[in-house]
Ligand binder design. Structure first.
Ligand code: GLP
Length: 246
């Protein structure tokens, strides 16, 4: 198994383990380029990083941040946007330089141009150093739904029913969840120097065991990550509960 697997007791331990890896990256390279996810899973990581920042144990001021994905269409100031989520749950709590934060514009009229702009921006800062990812219940990463090609780039995609249902908590009703999203592609993600995949809870156990234990297949986008030369997977006991001996 060329990738590393760490199984921890619970969500709190996962937050600490993932934050430790991110902090090590930032201490080694203070202007690191990080790609960050939204979702309930990374909240424990953001809490831990915030604590480290407030205690003066971590300096994020030179770090460059890229968001993985966004709903489309979506106003950036809507509380349901991923952009608002990341500011609310993390970026506004820590000392960073706002000029170092990059988002996909969920209201871009020309989505092809917007996605090209994002890819060019990533290249302009020297590429992604560490990509932090959650996993969808259907094995998606960012908004790369089942069927996404391994070499896909940042683009407009159609969201699956499961993914829309899983995001309903951000909206007043499930019907309000947009049907599309903008997302870094699997190819974009795979070009990152390091990848950290995190999953918590029984809800993710099936997607985790299939993505890590079965063959590489576009029907499980997360399975492609196993081809990456520097992948770390951190799971809590529940998310790891269906993993057979790998
Ligand atoms: C959304 C996001 C993903 C995230 C996934 C899981 O679909 N686009 O980046 O990994 O949700 O979210 P959660 O952590 O809430 O299960």
């Amino acid at each position: 198994m060329p990738w590393r697997l760490e199984i921890v007791q619970d969500e709190e331990a996962l937050g600490k383990a993932a934050a430790r890896i991110i902090a090590e990256q930032v201490r080694a390279q203070p202007d690191s380029v990080l790609a960050l996810p939204t979702g309930r899973t990374p909240l424990c990581v953001y809490r831990e990083l915030t604590t480290m920042d407030q205690r003066g144990e971590l300096d994020l001021r030179r770090v460059r941040f890229f968001h993985l994905d966004e709903f489309y269409p979506m106003a950036m100031d809507s509380p349901a946007s991923f952009q608002a989520f990341l500011w609310r749950e993390f970026l506004s709590q820590v000392s960073i330089d706002r000029a170092n934060v990059h988002f996909l514009n969920g209201l871009a009229e020309d989505t092809t141009a917007e996605c090209r702009r994002y890819e060019e921006r990533i290249v302009a800062v020297g590429g992604l150093d560490l990509v932090v990812l959650g996993i969808g219940v259907n094995g998606h990463i960012a908004f790369n739904e089942p069927g996404s090609p391994v070499d896909s780039r940042t683009r407009l995609v159609t969201l699956c029913r499961e993914s829309r249902a899983a995001s309903a908590y951000l909206f007043a009703s499930a019907e309000e969840v947009p049907h599309q999203g903008l997302t870094m592609g699997i190819g974009t993600i795979m070009e990152g120097q390091r990848i950290l995949l995190i999953a918590v809870g029984e809800r993710k156990a099936r997607a985790v065991s299939q993505s890590l234990g079965h063959s590489l297949t576009p029907s499980l986008p997360a399975s492609f990550l196993r081809q990456h030369p520097d992948l770390t997977v951190i799971l809590d006991q529940e998310a790891a509960s269906l993993l057979k001996k790998i």
